[in-house]
Every structure is written in C-alpha cells, then in structure tokens.
Design a protein around this ligand. Sequence first.
Ligand SMILES: Cc1cc2nc3c(=O)[nH]c(=O)nc-3n(C[C@H](O)[C@H](O)[C@H](O)COP(=O)(O)O)c2cc1C
Length: 362
Amino acid sequence: MPDSSDSISDIDILQQRKKEGIRIPLNNDVQARESSNYLEYVKLIHNALPELDYDGIDTSCIFLNHKLGAPIMIDSMTGGTPDATKINSRLGQLAEKYGLAMGLGSQRAGLRSAALAETYSVARQAAPNAFLIANIGGAQLSKGLSIDEINDIIEMIKADALAIHLNPLQELVQPEGEPKYKGVLTRIKEIVKVLDIPVIVKEVGAGISNEVAKSLENVGVAAVNIAGHGGTSWAGVEKLRAEIAQNTIKTRIGELFWDWGIPTALSLIEVRSAVKIPIIASGGIRNGLEIAKCLVLGANVCAMAYPFLKKADESFDNLLLFTETLVAELKSTMFLVGAQTIHELKASHCRITGNLKEEISQ
Ligand SMILES: Cc1cc2nc3c(=O)[nH]c(=O)nc-3n(C[C@H](O)[C@H](O)[C@H](O)COP(=O)(O)O)c2cc1C
C-alpha cells in the first residue's frame, strides 16, 4: 500500500497496516464506482486486411533502455508484511518469465528490519533479470527521508529505477495520514540529481494533470506513471479503514472522494500532449484491448495492480493463465488493427468519442 505515516513507530502496527493494504482490496469492492477509466470512449479502427500472421506478432519493446517481452508492468503494490512474501515472490517469477517490469510496494517498512526487507527482496531473488522498480512516498520526502535511506531502499531489491508515489487523496482519508506535500517537488529534483538510476513519479489512482507532468519533466524525472481514476480507489480503501477505526470525519471524506480523480484515458491524453518523457498508463486497465488503446493514445508501457494481486493471491498457475490471456488479448488487438510490432501499434489511429472527447483540454 502507498506509504503514508511516520507517526506509527511500532513494527506490529505497521505490518498490520500493510496487511490491511492487501486484504481490504482483496476482500471488498474498492474499485471506482461512479466513473470509469474512460477507455470505453476510445475506438480502435478495424483492419479487414491486416497483411500479417498472428504468429508473427512481436510484443517486445524497449522501456528506459531495458528490453521487455511485452509493454506490461506489474504496478507497485506490496511488501512490509509476511503476507507479501508469497505475493512478491510469485509476481517476481512472473516478471522474470515474461520479461515484464515490476514495481514493489512502498519500501520504508523494509528499512525497519532485515525480516521486513526480505518481504521485498524476494522479488529480486525470483527475478534476477527483470526491470524492478523501488518505491517510496512523496509525503515521506517532505518529512525528510534521507538520500542514504533511499539508496538502502534501492539496494534492497537492486532496483533498476526508483518510483516516487504521489498520494495526496490517500493521505487525506487515511486515519493516520499526514497530508503534507510542501517541498515535495524540490526533493524530487534533488533526488533525480544524485541518483544514477532513473526516477519515475507515479500517482496511485487519481491521475496526473498536464501541469503536474510538465513540472516533473522540468526537474528531470525520467518517466511518469499517470495511475488515473477508474480502477482501485485509495479513498475507498482508506474509507473502510477509517470505518473500522470509527473515525467519522475520515469515513465521510473517503465516501465523498471515492471517485475523485482524472480518468486514466483523459490523464494519458493530456500528459502525452504536454511532455516528451515516457508514460506508463495505469488505473483500471483490465485487459489486453485496453492496453492496446493506451499504447495508441501514447503510453509506452501499461501497468496494472489489483488484477495481478488477485491472481497472485490465488495461485501461481492462475497468475500465469491470467498473463497469457492478457498477452493473447493484446496480440489479438494488434492482429485486428494490422500492427506487427508495438511500434506499429503505437502509430495506429483511433477515434475519441463521448465524455472523453468533450472533456479533453476543457
Ligand atoms: C494492494 C495495492 C497496494 C498498492 N500499494 C502501492 C504502493 O505501495 N506504492 C504505490 O506507488 N502504489 C501502490 N498501489 C497503487 C498501484 O500501483 C496503482 O497505481 C493503482 O492501484 C491503480 O492500478 P489498478 O487500478 O490496476 O489497481 C497499490 C495498489 C494496490 C491494489
């Protein structure tokens, strides 16, 4: 779960929170309720004469100088509780097998003990060659997470990149949250300068606007993960936690802002028009057709969190079947638009309709 609080010092409480961060999305419906990711408003154009064979389709691509087997990323999720060990190990094996990129969950907990560090580093043991992304919270930066600590977090999984997550909505609703975002951009700039691996900045399900993307590009961020609205709602997750904590005001705020945020397709189009750096599309992406749509809209890679968590929790076989299906859906879409490579897919045309068309650059 995105990291949010410095006020909890006890390791047991921290582990409990991390456990709830996995169990609440798995055991409750905390997906977007009133609004979608807007990808239904994107129509790809059927090609009745694709002039290629399905078997000749190549889904490989290059992302931040690393070759991926498909433009798919397991989005940042977990670690910091024994429950996460099995999940991160399975996700790591999957990333290694298919050449996918993988983000780890917020790693500050891993600084507390060797045992907690192990809940993250299992992913690297399972995926010696995969592109793994370390994770820290933007709010932690404003509270003084040091460069030495960040280097320890990177070393913990021998990361190929560092993701910094921005989660102001979650900070607002979380019972222990501290919505302090003053000075975060300056710290991001400082970190970009001193690290020798790329820095990715991501949202956690409320999207990134073109202005924010420009600010991030201007300070040297290597890529943005827009993580828009339409999938897992962190206002929803924290609302349920606030209810358990009998915090009436936070419960009310979580309910009110459950569907707050920029829908994924809208965020993607706006950010693509504003910056040149690579974009990871995420937020409610649930199948290979939606992945293809995001690539046509300008994403370089697509990420998913909840669907991978669900399958990893069930069994490794289910996780494999899910991923094979996802790749088959992507390849089927490529066949039907006549794109043999990801490069050709990205050059395909689409039609934008409905609410998405109306809301672009309003
Ligand atoms: C169980 C769970 C835990 C998450 N924890 C983190 C985290 O620690 N750091 C982070 O940057 N994002 C975290 N996220 C957000 C995801 O990376 C992603 O941006 C968001 O869930 C949208 O994707 P989805 O709709 O496919 O779930 C988490 C998501 C889930 C479902």
